[in-house]
Design a protein around this ligand. Structure first.
Ligand code: SF4
Length: 346
């Protein structure tokens, strides 16, 4: 079997930051329970691993005992959740990805300027719920072009669209084209709201998938950007399977002579990718070909709220930088595998 391993894949800077925040809190406050509002990132294994270390995940801040430590997840929250946490005297640490915060800021700014905002995204996704909460009277969610006739538009000259950060760039463009057709003067955000990590992982799949027989995506079913990778692959005419880990894969479907593209959503740990590759090679033999499509060097600083907590405990935040670990094919993770590295211009 020939395994094409996409790079970039897996953890983005926002996920590194969010996971590091919880890691550091466990370390800083060993005698205190840590609560996380919503899944810290949309990955079953990441959440289960934190649960096994004593972290409690809640879907309502009312479940968090008064005065406790609570982390807001990478997807962001609406101001209402922040207020409820303050009313309960919770000590909050905000692990919202800065690229999600950027969309919140845009929503607030355009709402203040009197724009109606059309937010392209999935209405029930945590990120969209949070962004919408910033200006609920000004924001309408658009999930598909079919939603356009039902929109309540006061002034077509004072309209702007924003997008969820983890959409399929293909699908978002279809909706943007339909909006632009319906409202020719709709304003676009200064920069695309679909984040660099989503864009890069999709670009790698779009580029490499046509060389493969099937695409395997490691990621959870509720991870928007992981699901989008399967859609991008199918758009390119190649079947794709989304699995949390190798145990969900039916190995009997393979003959062993296939070319398989392996990638991972932005919240999926690299050890699960390695386990999948090891299992395939042990069963079918073959090699891994690493496809470097785009290099990433984005990193985020620790959240201000975490730095404040560190200073309260006489810890200098400068000594606690977020540890970005780009995926590497180490022997510890992957075993001794035949490996070729092939760089591709993005
Ligand atoms: S996928 Fe993008 S928006 Fe979401 S956490 Fe990662 S970098 Fe931030």
């Amino acid at each position: 079997m020939r395994i094409l391993l996409a790079n970039p894949r897996g953890f983005c800077a926002g996920v590194h930051m969010a996971i590091d925040v919880v890691d550091q809190l466990i370390d800083l406050c060993p005698d205190e329970p840590v609560y996380v509002y919503h899944e810290i990132v949309h990955n079953k294994h990441v959440v289960d691993r934190f649960r096994s270390r004593g972290v409690t995940f809640v879907e309502d801040v009312a479940e968090v005992p008064e005065g406790s430590l609570v982390v807001f997840s990478a997807h962001g929250i609406s101001p209402r959740v922040r207020e409820e946490a303050a009313e309960r005297n919770l000590r909050s640490v905000d692990a919202t990805c800065p690229l999600v915060t950027k969309v919140h800021m845009e929503a607030i700014r355009y709402a203040r300027q009197g724009y109606q905002i059309l937010l392209i995204g999935h209405a029930n996704h945590q990120e969209v719920v949070g962004t919408r909460g910033e200006a609920p009277d000004s924001i309408q969610v658009v999930e598909s072009p079919d939603d356009i006739p039902g929109l309540r538009i006061d002034d077509p000259e004072r309209l702007v669209y924003l997008t969820q950060t983890t959409l399929s760039t293909d699908d978002a463009q279809v909706i943007i084209d339909a909006l632009t057709h319906a409202f020719p003067n709709i304003k676009r955000p200064p920069h695309s709201d679909i984040c660099y990590a989503t864009t890069n992982r999709q670009h790698a799949v779009r580029q490499i998938a046509p060389e493969s027989d099937v695409v395997l995506v490691i990621g959870s079913k509720n991870s928007s950007n992981s699901v989008r990778l399967t859609e991008i692959s199918r758009n390119a005419g190649v079947d794709a399977i989304l699995i949390d880990d190798v145990t969900e894969l039916d190995l009997d479907r393979f003959m062993g002579d296939e070319t398989v593209l392996v990638t991972a959503g932005a919240s999926a740990p690299e050890d699960l990718v390695a386990e999948l590759c090891r299992t395939l090679l042990e069963r079918f033999g073959g090699e891994i070909v690493l496809r470097d499509v785009r290099l990433e060097d984005t990193e985020f600083d620790l959240p201000v709220s975490l730095k404040r907590l560190m200073r309260e405990r006489d810890i200098d935040p400068k000594d606690r930088r977020i540890r970005i670990k780009p995926p590497e094919i180490t022997e510890t993770l992957y075993g001794a595998v035949p490996l070729t590295v092939s760089a591709q211009a993005g």
